[in-house]
Design a protein around this ligand. Sequence first.
Ligand SMILES: [Mg+2]
Length: 372
Amino acid sequence: MDGDLPYEREIPADRWLGSLLAGAVGDALGAPVEFLSIEEIRGRFGEAGATGYEEAYGGRGRITDDTQMTLFTVEAMIRAHLGRRLMFFEQQPASVIQHAYQRWYHTQGTPWHQAGGSYAMEAEPDGWLIRERGLYERRAPGATVLTALKGFAAGADRGTLSHRINDSKGCGAVMRAAPCALWSEDPLDAFVVAAQSGALTHGHPSGYLAAGVLAFLVHRLLDGVSLPAALTEVRGELVTWDDSAETLKSLDDAVDLAERGRPTPELLAKELGGGWVGEEALAIGVCAALVSDTLADGLLLAVNHSGDSDSTGSICGNLLGAVHGTAAIPADWLAELELRDVIERLGRDALVEFSAVNSLEQAGWRERYPAW
Ligand SMILES: [Mg+2]
């Protein structure tokens, strides 16, 4: 049986990489304006706002915690899927995702023996990603996420959909959830895994349900479904979940606003909020993706507003990248993107793991991706 789990779905390589890279580009476009109002953005960069990368964290094209954590989600998908193929145990991905996020927590300055919790049996964290020194940067990490991961490291139980560890609905759950689209051929499985990944740090339904919605949407977009059709489908799923009214309303508001044409930054904030919480960040990313003519246009709309610009840019990028692929990302934005090589290497490895090709035959695979 081992190594023989069927995975029939063929993931379109270029649009998967597009989703990952455009998410990172949106994050990097938003980073310089994350904490600025639209008046401050215009005052600094002109009436059109930021029209490309600006300086943040000591350079242009710098990614933030959104992309860092998204990369650890990709890594967790690969490791959990490998574990499932090897039939090590009845593996649920949430444990593997928690392990990955404890490794990210380590990159934020906590020694591994304190950051790893029950996963810190070895002196050093494992896998290749954690050895990328470029990840060891603090880029305004979310307080809820840090507190939750610190709590787990200190022995607290894992947050789940039934054991909610706090009442936070910050956008820290949805901003990192897109790669859960890989998990299964069934988009409902992707929704559930993403919601579970969200509940590791965010106990409010609007926090973890927004994560589920994003993974579902990216899954359907990768399968070639249009964004409006995918939104109709995910709405049908969302209504079946407890406490989903708030997330549903935000999604409906996003669609309604998009139908009125391209919104001004003021209207975006008035109708959809600032994006600091999960359902609002999702709504802004969705609305910008719906109304934009091009991927670049969508990303700029998603970051130029009074709100959590790096997260809304990242979410919009995950969606539009899955629609348009890598060629739609302006070449100069890709060229200046921090850790582009790491993002691409990880993205390509995910394609190997989630394909009919037996990744176990790749040299050193199990050292690069320990299956737990
Ligand atoms: Mg950020």
